[in-house]
Write a protein that binds this ligand. Structure first.
Ligand SMILES: NC(=O)c1ccc[n+]([C@@H]2O[C@H](COP(=O)([O-])OP(=O)(O)OC[C@H]3O[C@@H](n4cnc5c(N)ncnc54)[C@H](OP(=O)(O)O)[C@@H]3O)[C@@H](O)[C@H]2O)c1
Length: 255
């Protein structure tokens, strides 16, 4: 008999920032393992197209458009998903943005935008999702952190601060929600070929630096994030809580 360890049959999963990139890849992997996935992003038309592509692959996918920086809209969106499907088993807080500037050029508005989308939104969404999960006595919350949750580079100050904070939030949520049956974990992706990295992918020197710095000697394909999400969302990850799971080709393990 095939193992049910990684099965998500009957589970409902909401993935923020899932119209493309890592969010869409995680949603696809969750759906391939049986979940009914709900894709979030800001643009309803883009989301509908992404969900239609998943349905064309035989997967169960719907959408819920909202801006994660609008915390009231996030809470309403999460409540609507739970009401529509009668449950919410998995929340992946994945939506994120980047802003790269030398320190003197940073404006407070840039800092606040990045922290709001990459960190504060995850607190608001986790709090809203936890209400449904705690009532059900089970649930999984997965944050998309970064290797910048534990490392740093110049120019990306708010991103490093927000992703480090997200790793801290993962631990505090794991501490409080664990006793109530909800596991909270954080995935730390290394360098993936997505739209967010368009600017650095256009720089051959930086591309080569990543290849040299990463023990697997290459950038990651977005599909390579899917296994970590399925693991943390499924019974396979039942005793994993408050963990930072690097999916980085070994980058954070070496100097
Ligand atoms: N790519 C990497 O190498 C890498 C490495 C480490 C961590 N990460 C993290 O992984 C996550 C996904 O990154 P990615 O590379 O897949 O980025 P991406 O290709 O730029 O995709 C970002 C996604 O987030 C959505 N989004 C952006 N702002 C949003 C908002 N305010 N509300 C709702 N949705 C929003 C975007 O859709 P709309 O624009 O249509 O709203 C899109 O679906 C981010 O948290 C990022 O920090 C990425």
């Amino acid at each position: 008999m095939a193992s049910r360890l990684f099965s998500l049959d009957g589970r409902v999963a909401l993935v923020s920032g899932a119209s493309r990139g890592l969010g869409l890849a995680m949603a696809r992997a969750l759906a391939e393992h049986g979940a009914r996935v709900v894709l979030n992003g800001r643009d309803a038309a883009t989301l509908d197209a992404a969900a239609a592509r998943l349905r064309a692959e035989g997967l169960d996918a719907g959408t819920c458009a909202f801006d994660v920086a609008d915390h009231d809209a996030s809470v309403a969106g999460i409540d609507a998903v739970a009401a529509r499907h009668g449950r919410l088993d998995v929340l992946v807080c994945n939506a994120g943005i980047q802003h790269r500037r030398p320190l003197p050029e940073w404006r407070m508005a840039d800092w606040e935008r990045v922290v709001s989308v990459n960190l504060s939104s995850c607190f608001a969404m986790a709090q809203a999702a936890a209400r449904h999960m705690v009532a059900a006595g089970r649930g999984r919350i997965v944050m998309t952190g970064s290797i910048m949750s534990v490392l740093a580079r110049p120019t990306v100050h708010a991103y490093v601060a927000a992703k480090s904070g997200l790793w801290g939030l993962t631990r505090s949520l794991a501490a409080e929600l664990g006793p109530q049956g909800v596991n909270v974990n954080c995935i730390a992706p290394g360098f993936f070929r997505t739209e967010m990295n368009e600017a650095i992918l256009a720089n051959p020197e930086f591309v080569a630096w990543v290849e040299g710095r990463t023990p697997l000697k290459r950038w990651a394909d977005p599909a390579e994030i899917g296994g970590a999400a399925v693991f943390l969302a499924s019974d396979a990850g039942s005793y994993v809580n408050g963990h930072l799971l690097a999916v980085d080709g070994g980058l954070v393990s070496v100097v």
